[in-house]
Design a protein around this ligand. Structure first.
Ligand code: X2X
Length: 332
């Protein structure tokens, strides 16, 4: 019996599924979806097809309700996911960290958090919640856009209707600026912008261009860099444990490679004195406002009470650690 078992390849002894479902919010027109595709490709190739990952963009495994994605991973409705810290923050309150207004002034600050002690703390937190975190990716700095006017000062937000993402922190931030925020999924955001039900939204510029938000009236972009959302590659725990050590290594290394690819894509054309991405967006007939330090400080001040309130909810120790990591960062 023992002999017969030894002759069976290790993977055939455990229960491998015909397909593993990978959830993302957006598809392959976006760095996020491209990273999902890449993750699946590397795994399929290196595992000789043992692990066959199929991507389900549009958070379609949870009927588009991206704030339920994390729960669905835990329950096994989703096998793997690349998720935004924002979308999972209703379940993991510590992930709200990245949404604290003006915590991260630049890319080096994001890296200082995700690659340092804070990143490790957050991965431990996710493990305690019953998922297996493998790597970081990036959606990007979330810039604010609208159909009505240039936004340079907090008072310019007054009375404007904004679509915001699923964490209540965003409701507080936009309310503090005198705007009217409404929470909705990304799937609902686009028709709401098109019909004028909302005036504006906030998202990384890669989302702006790939989703063609200039076609739904978004003629003003303000670069305020108030928050950025990293992405996290995770696997459902039971699925992970059903794989051999060799296959776990393949999936982990592929996630790290796809994560790096995602971050590179998310930052492409965004830096330098005259970033290519801004030229592209201006070429679409969109007015781009870049805030001076002084103008940015007015927003920092206006949103300070939101920062303080949420720092208490996230956990003052974690927030202090994050602030210290940002202060000590090596500038890129
Ligand atoms: O819904 C959004 O704005 C998006 C696509 O950026 C996220 O999933 C956080």
């Amino acid at each position: 019996m023992a002999l017969a078992l030894a002759a069976v390849p290790a993977f055939a002894q455990s229960k491998y599924q015909a397909e593993y479902r990978l959830s993302t919010v957006v598809g392959t027109a976006f760095p996020w979806g491209k990273a999902g595709e890449r993750w699946g490709e590397i795994v399929r190739q290196r595992s000789n097809g043992r692990i066959n990952i199929k991507m389900y963009p549009g958070a379609s495994l949870v009927a588009g309700d991206q704030t339920r994605e994390f729960t669905a991973i835990r329950q096994g409705v989703i096998d793997l996911a690349i998720g935004s810290t924002i979308n999972w923050s209703p379940q993991i309150k510590e992930l709200n960290l990245f949404s604290l207004p003006f915590l991260m002034p630049d890319y080096a600050a994001i890296d200082a958090l995700t690659r340092g002690e804070v990143g490790k703390d957050l991965f431990r937190r996710l493990e305690r919640a019953g998922v297996v975190p493998l790597a970081w990716g990036e959606n990007g700095f979330r810039e604010v856009t609208n159909s009505k006017r240039e936004l340079r000062r907090p008072q310019d937000f007054k009375g404007l209707k904004f679509r915001v993402v699923g964490s209540p922190l965003f409701l507080d931030t936009f309310t503090a600026l005198g705007a009217n925020p409404t929470q909705m999924s990304w799937a609902d955001a686009q028709p709401a912008l098109a019909s004028g039900a909302v005036d504006g939204q906030e998202n990384p510029l890669t989302i702006f261009t790939a989703a063609k938000l200039h076609m739904v009236g978004q003629k003003n972009v303000t670069l305020w860099g108030y928050v950025a959302d990293p992405l996290i590659f995770v696997v459902n725990k039971e699925v992970w444990e059903s794989w051999t050590q060799e296959d776990r290594k393949i999936v982990r290394e592929a996630a790290l490679a796809a994560g790096k690819y995602c971050i590179d894509l998310a930052r492409e054309g965004m830096t330098g004195a005259s970033p290519a991405m801004l030229k592209t967006i201006e070429g679409l007939g969109v007015k781009v406002v870049k805030l001076s330090d002084q103008e940015r400080n007015a927003f920092r001040k206006a949103t300070k009470p939101v920062y303080d309130k949420w720092a208490r909810q996230i956990g003052p120790e974690l927030v202090k650690k994050a602030e210290a990591s940002v202060a000590a960062r090596k500038k890129n």
